[in-house]
Write a protein that binds this ligand. Structure first.
Ligand code: ZN
Ligand code: ZN
Length: 232
């Protein structure tokens, strides 16, 4: 444990994020309140039930990933959002396990022959990773890889541009902000391969789309994006 986390634990003692019960981050009872999505929807209009792919009306949308799978069902108490946020800013092992298991279940349920895919965590810029101390997507991907015995490639996609946080920008600026933000290290490694991109939350999906575009351009045959939740 580093100094920062010791300090944070003193300021914010361990308490269940759902019911404030002491000494656990998320108690069994509250874990059971968070459910897997029963079905997937079109990532563009968010209305039509699909397998996570675009629906018939959205076929002309410029989306490079083949599917977007969302693991957790939206619930009114916002418990899942709270769990993701806490995990994002503090390295908490128990939450990593809980969220990683959740993503693993989604992959098992929706991706046939998932062992033939390569996992890629959405990279953070090095500067941001240093400041935060870790990349939350990478920690989740480690858990998934362990659970499902799938190979990870952490170096294929690099974030080369340092940007403002996407959450601070509107949609147009987000797209501009992400333009040329990523780079593929060794294009031949993507050729004829199938990938699963992992991130914690998809808001507009632009980050995932930008990474999927890079992979597809380099010759990837399939890219499935998997996230815990979809932001508003
Ligand atoms: Zn609880
Ligand atoms: Zn649609």
């Amino acid at each position: 444990m580093n100094l920062k986390s010791i300090f944070l634990n003193l300021l914010f003692p361990i308490q269940c994020l759902g019911c404030n019960q002491e000494s656990v981050w998320i108690c069994k009872n509250c874990q059971n309140k968070i459910h897997l999505q029963k079905y997937q929807i079109c990532p563009n209009c968010k209305k039509t039930k699909t397998e996570g792919n675009l629906c018939g009306n959205c076929q002309n949308t410029k989306i490079y990933f083949d599917k977007l799978l969302v693991a957790a069902k939206y619930e009114k108490e916002h418990l899942i959002q709270k769990v993701i946020k806490t995990f994002k800013y503090r390295f908490i092992k128990d939450l990593n396990k809980f969220l990683g298991d959740f993503l693993s279940d989604t992959i098992r349920k929706y991706i046939k022959n998932y062992k033939n895919y390569i996992l890629i965590p959405i990279p953070l810029h090095l500067k941001k990773e240093k400041w935060r101390g870790f990349n939350q997507a990478e920690l989740l991907t480690d858990t998934i890889s362990e659970n499902l015995q799938i190979f990870i490639d952490k170096n294929l996609i690099k974030r080369i541009k340092y940007q403002k946080s996407q959450a601070e920008l509107d949609r147009d600026l987000r797209l501009k902000n992400l333009h040329n933000a990523f780079q593929i290290e060794d294009k031949i490694k993507a050729l004829n391969k199938k990938f699963i991109l992992i991130d914690d939350i998809a808001t507009t999906g632009t980050t995932l789309n930008e990474c999927a575009k890079m992979l597809k351009t380099a010759g990837a045959i399939e890219v499935v994006a998997v996230v815990i939740g979809r932001g508003e």
